[in-house]
Structure formats: C-alpha cells, structure tokens
Design a protein around this ligand. Structure first.
Ligand code: GLA
Ligand code: ZN
Length: 665
C-alpha cells in the first residue's frame, strides 16, 4: 500500500487534547507513518441518537497529517453505546443458555438484529461520506476482530428467523432438511422451517448435522454483517483500501470467505499472550506463531498487514511476561519474514482507563519514551529501506498444508478423543516441517494443489466427490500426498458414509482400506518405524492393504501389534501416504523428514534450536531471514551466495538477533 510500512493503533479520545501533538511528534521521530483510530468510539462519534460529531476525529487526523501520519478509520460497530442499548435492548445477544449478555464489555450485539444493522448503515454511510475523499485517510477497518467476544453466537429470535431463512435457501424443502440432518434419530423431524430452533443448551448431546449447519450459518452471518459495511465504504471511498484485523486460526468465521471482502487481510499477533498455556516454553510457541502468520498469508494467498503487533506486556486482569530486550523486534521481523508488508503496533500508549489498563503500549502509562520506544524506533529505521524493496514479495513454499474451517467445525462438534482438535493436529504436522526449516503454505481445499511437491492434508473427515477427485488427480499428476486417520468418514452433511470402507473412494490412491479402529482413550500405542519403537497417540486405524501397498510402520502394541500403521502407495506419477494414527513428536519428525526427502523438498537449513529460517522473494530478488528466538548467542553456518543486508556478524547470531540476507536472482 504505497509507502506505508509502520504504524500504531492510536486512541486520542482516551487522553487530553493537549497531549496529542506530543504524541504526533514522538510518532514521527520514531518512524510511524500511519495510525488506526476510532474502532470503538461510537459514543464519541454519535453521543446522542442522530447527533453525529466527527470534529474530534477530524482534528486528530489533521494534526497527525501535519506530522506526515496517515489514518486508517475503524468503524465502531464492535461497541454499540448505552443510549442505543437502552432504547433497543433486543440488540443485546442471547447466549446458548438463553441468558441475555449485558452492556459493559464490547461486542454486546446481535449481528442479525435489524435495528442495529440500520444504526450501523447510517453510521458507516456518514463516516464513509465524510472521510471517503480525505487525502489523509488511506484505508478502513470495519468493526474489530469479527467473531471475537462471541463465544456463543447469539441465539435470539432474530437469529432464529435468519437461520430458518438460511436453511430454506439451502434445502428448499423440509424433506431435504430432514434427510440432511438425519432427523429420524430421536424424533427430530420438522414439518416446517419455522419449527427449527437456534441451538440452546440441550438435555443431552446435540444433532451433529444441525450443529454443522449452525456454525456455517454463523460464519455466513458475520460475512453478511461485514459486507454491508464494506459495500458502503467502497461506494464513497474509492481510493482507500479496506482491510480487517483477523486472528490467525480463530474459528467463528471462514476467513477464506471473509477475506474476499478486503483488499488485503490484516492480523493481530500477540506472541506473549497471557492466555497461552502456562507450560508452553518459548520454543514450543515459535512454530505456532509461524503457523499463524502462514495461515494468514494463505487466506488470500498474498502478503498481509499486521494491524496489531504486540508492543509490550499483554494483560487484562492478569498479565503475561515482559518481552525481553530485542524480543518485540524479533516478533515484528518474524511477521515480516512470513509475508507482512506493514506492521501496526498495538498500542501507542498504555491506557490509564478501562479493561485494557495492563495491555501495554509502546509508551508506558507515563507517556515517556522508554526501552520499547527506542527498540522499535531502531527496528523501523533499519527496516524501512528493506520493507520498500520487499513489498509484495512472498515466501515460496514447496509444501502445502490443507486447512479448512469446515473440518475444524466438524471436530469441534465431535472431537472423538479429549486430546484431538483439528487445529492442534494441523499444527503438529506443521511443527515437523518448521523444525526442518521447510516453508509451508496453508491452502484451502478449494485452492490450487498443483504447485506443491508435497501436500499435507490431515483429518479430511468431511468428504465429497469433488474433493476426492482433486486429491486423486493431484497424486495422479505426480504429487506426494499425506492423508491421515479419520479421512472420508462423513459427507458434507456430517452424516457417516456407508457405501464403502474408509476412506471411501480415496482408497484407490491410499491403496488400503480401514476395516476397524481403536480410539486410544487414556492410552497410547507403540509403533515400529525403521527398526525403532516410537509412541503414537489418540487413534489407531486397522487396515487392509492392496498387494502393491508398502508398509512403512507397524503397530507394536495392543491386539493389533504387527499390523500396518503407516503406508505408502504409488499411484499415477505420484504417491499417497496414509498415517493411521497421530505420530508422537519424535516419530512425526522422523517420518516427515523422510517423506520430504522423498518428495525432493528443500530445507532452508539444518535445524538449530530456537533459530528460524524463512524466505521471501519476488521476480528479481530473494531474501533470507535468520531469526534467533532465544537470548543465547548461536553459531550458524555461513550463508553463501547472499549479501548480508541486516545483521552484525556472519556466522554468529546474538540473542534475539534477526539477520537478513539478499540475493539477486
Ligand atoms: C485485540 C483487539 C484490541 C485489543 C487487544 C488487546 O487484539 O483487537 O482491540 O483488545 O486485543 O486486548
Ligand atoms: Zn441474535
């Protein structure tokens, strides 16, 4: 987006006006080029119904512009004000327990409520008309972190009607609905669409087919809610971009579809989040951070922005650790290495009021520039010329990892095993690639598989003939494919497949069928691979092989000891691996190393603990990032054929140092 590479999230409305100019000056000195503002400021923009007041925002935009800083306007629909809620209490969402969620946090709204939607249309139209041609405004962010703060999506009567209409559109007749949901079970048949409920807490388990459609509906509702805003913005703001701050693997809305509404996607990255499991050591988390950035790049298969990059201790009621000197820069540079074209830090100054008093900004409460300001200033200044050159360049991955929201939904509804979750499983495969310094693209199951040497497709549980066909032709045309346990189990309605043994028609490429299985509840299984014994978890598929299929590993415990566990089958010009269990970490790494080797996939470097390698490239240039995630000095092999463009000394990485190398192609 032009020449903008660094920014901050700014809340001038939280501070005295007399401070604003000091902020603008400090930002300019630091290298800040843009701010995002106003995304929660409904009341400041419309203090009483129909009385709009944008003067404070006009003034802030103009003042910042004097210091060369452009604005991204957030629409305030994540925070409907008290006057509105009091006048129309039905805007408040109702959770699955049937309880009204009250005013006082944020996102206390029902996204299908027609009154609320009308207020939003008015507000966004006013904003877009007012700022759509302001040369100091470069872009827009409708709402904030759509889908966040909605643990239970709303189940009110409006949502019920919207859901019924959505179902009518999808199925046309109740006969089709009854069939798709398997309502013969427990007398759940519907005579009319108006009889369908939104899911409230039930006495016993819910209908998995109904729940899958409910999750799809909720995702579509969020998209529809957002599209109403992006349509208005685009009408009046023809030369400004529209983006949104996504949250990595967050699940409420299908980000591939949501991404279609935007010029590019943005992401909020908080590596030190106090919400991460206490046991996660920094190294355990690094692959998750990397995967999160890669999946963001995958949603539109293009470079992205960081709209909120951590700038200090995170925390609401409790807090995370202080980022060590250098660590904030490491995290920002990791975002860039995986494809960020701009980094906007959250937030400018640590807030003195409200819920986020301990979610620290670049400046502390006092407003005096300190360690974080100095560190990030240096990083911005060093990186600016490089960012200009790198803009639009992409990592080039030889491995694709299929990631699907629908598979995630299906496993949320029926996880099978207390330790099985779809995203966690995807990340386990990812880790084995990350640990070998092999770049990975996340790809939708509707994307183009053909550019990858190796395609990893864990847990392809919901299956349809079109997707089967895609996997089969990928392998036939020379691709190496990994399929796993729980593949081809269900159709798109979340009903079990009954025509053939698992994995259905895909058994033509896997060269095996699953005749039985074992859920490893409170247990694990031993697996023998290349003469060594390893641990595997969660699940054992018991299979029957076609004669030409190769056994790569066998079970070494339980009543099925000696039977095949991991197989390889040549098909057409390619081959398909089937992994009938969840390999433990050691087995996973070993196995993935061999599979990558077999597919001729290149590693960027041999593994050094806590050191990450990543590349970006465009038609003329390739950059190699080497990132030290630890505070320890690391010896690294000399990098030949490249020029060092950032870094202290070749062959040595200081603690929390990032080096960048450049090569003309
Ligand atoms: C999210 C939101 C921000 C802020 C931060 C910190 O990422 O988008 O508004 O709440 O978290 O909590
Ligand atoms: Zn509702």
């Amino acid at each position: 987006m032009g020449d903008i590479f660094f920014g901050v999230d700014y809340y001038p409305e939280h501070w005295e006006r007399s401070r604003w100019e000091t902020d603008a000056k400090l930002m300019q000195e630091m290298g800040i080029q843009t701010v995002r503002m106003a995304e929660f400021s409904w009341h400041k923009l419309e203090p009483q119904e129909g009385e709009y007041d944008f003067t404070w925002l006009d003034d802030a935009i103009a003042l910042l512009a004097k210091y060369g800083i452009k604005t991204i306007v957030g629409t305030p629909s994540a925070a409907p004000p008290a006057w509105m809620i009091n006048k129309h209490p039905d805007i408040l969402p109702i959770d699955t327990m049937g309880r009204v969620r009250g005013f006082g946090g944020r996102h206390h709204d029902c996204q299908s409520n027609p009154t609320y939607r009308e207020y939003i249309r008015k507000m966004v139209t006013k904003l877009a008309k007012h700022y759509g041609e302001n040369e100091n405004v470069i872009g827009w962010q409708p709402d904030n972190e759509l889908g966040n703060s909605h643990f239970d999506l709303c189940t009110c009567d409006n949502c019920r009607k919207s859901f019924q209409n959505w179902l009518k559109d999808k199925y046309q007749t109740t006969d089709k609905l009854n069939q798709a949901w398997g309502t013969a079970f427990w007398s759940q048949e519907y005579n009319d669409f108006s009889e369908v409920f939104t899911p409230r807490i039930t006495v016993t388990g819910e209908n998995p087919s109904a729940m899958l459609d409910w999750k799809r509906f909720c995702s579509d509702l969020i998209i529809d809610f957002t599209k109403e805003q992006t349509d208005i913005i685009r009408k009046y703001a023809k030369n400004q971009f529209v983006t949104h701050n996504f949250m990595g693997f967050a699940d409420k809305v299908d980000y591939y579809k949501l991404g279609e509404l935007f010029d590019f996607v943005s992401h909020d990255q908080y590596p030190g989040g106090f919400y991460l499991p206490e046991t996660a050591t920094p190294h355990e988390k690094n692959h998750v951070l990397a995967a999160t950035l890669d999946v963001i790049r995958g949603y539109k298969n293009q470079t992205y922005w960081l709209m909120e990059q951590q700038s200090g201790i995170t925390g609401w009621e409790t807090m995370g650790r202080a980022p060590a000197p250098g660590q904030l820069s490491v995290w920002a540079l990791q975002s860039i290495a995986h494809g960020a074209d701009a980094i906007v830090f959250f937030r400018w100054r640590t807030c003195a009021v409200g819920t986020e008093q301990y979610w620290h900004g670049i400046l502390p409460h006092s407003g005096n520039p300190g360690r974080r300001y100095e560190e990030l200033k240096t990083t911005m200044q060093e990186m600016l010329p490089l960012m200009k050159k790198m803009q639009g360049s992409m990592p080039k991955a030889e491995v694709g990892m299929v990631f699907s929201f629908e598979q995630d939904y299906a496993f949320q509804i029926q996880p099978h095993h207390k330790d099985l979750d779809y995203i966690g499983q995807v990340q386990k495969y990812y880790k084995a690639l990350y640990d070998q310094n092999i770049p990975v693209d996340f790809i939708s199951d509707k994307g183009d598989f053909s550019k990858y040497k190796l395609l990893v497709a864990p847990l392809q549980y919901l299956m349809n003939p079109k997707l089967e066909e895609k996997y089969m032709s990928y392998v036939k045309n020379g691709g190496h494919l990994i399929l796993t346990m729980r593949t081809g189990v269900k159709d798109d309605n979340n009903l079990c497949m009954t025509d053939r043994e698992l994995p259905g028609r895909l058994s033509e490429i896997t060269g095996m069928e699953v005749l039985d299985y074992d859920c490893l509840r409170n247990a694990f299984v031993k697996v023998e691979y290349q003469g060594r014994e390893y641990q595997a978890n969660i699940w054992s598929d018991l299979m029957h092989l076609m004669p030409e299929t190769e056994v790569m590993a066998t079970y070494a415990s339980e009543f099925y000891a000696g039977e095949p566990c991991i197989t390889r089958h040549a098909y057409g010009d390619g081959c398909c691996y089937y992994i009938g269990t969840e390999p433990g970490e050691e087995l996973m790494l070993q196995l993935m190393e061999n599979i990558c080797h077999g597919a001729n996939v290149e590693k960027l470097a041999d593994r050094i603990e806590d050191v990450e390698y990543m590349t970006r490239e465009n038609a003329s240039t390739r950059w190699l990032f080497v990132i030290n995630h630890s505070d320890k000095r690391k010896e690294i092999p000399q990098i030949t054929g490249y020029t060092m463009v950032k870094g202290k000394k070749m062959g040595v990485l200081e603690g929390y140092e990032v080096q960048i190398y450049e090569k003309l192609k």
